[in-house]
Design a protein around this ligand. Sequence first.
Ligand SMILES: C[C@H](O)[C@H](O)[C@H]1CNC2=NC(N)=NC(=O)C2=N1
Length: 98
Amino acid sequence: MERLDDDAITARLREIPDWHREGDEIRRTIVAPDFRTAIAVVNDIAEQAEALNHHPDIDIRWRKLHLTLTTHDAGGLTQNDFVLALRIDTIAADHAAS
Ligand SMILES: C[C@H](O)[C@H](O)[C@H]1CNC2=NC(N)=NC(=O)C2=N1
């Protein structure tokens, strides 16, 4: 999987406004109504991560999830990061998490 250049990254970020770029990573926070829902979100993310063979870093803090995406094998951002980011946004919406 090829690393994306800055223009491609900027263009793709417009599709996922809840995410922001930090160097070779994109990040977002999800706030769930409660801890159990946060864990349900994590489990749903795990399912999609396995399906894509692409895995986020997840920092679980009570009902806040801090998510980081990058493509370790490519040493930067690739299309896989944006595919998974979109699926994560859908999962957050499904759980009425913001
Ligand atoms: C061997 C396996 O395909 C790789 O290690 C996969 C697994 N999940 C991954 N997840 C992420 N975020 N980046 C990778 O480069 C990656 N590579």
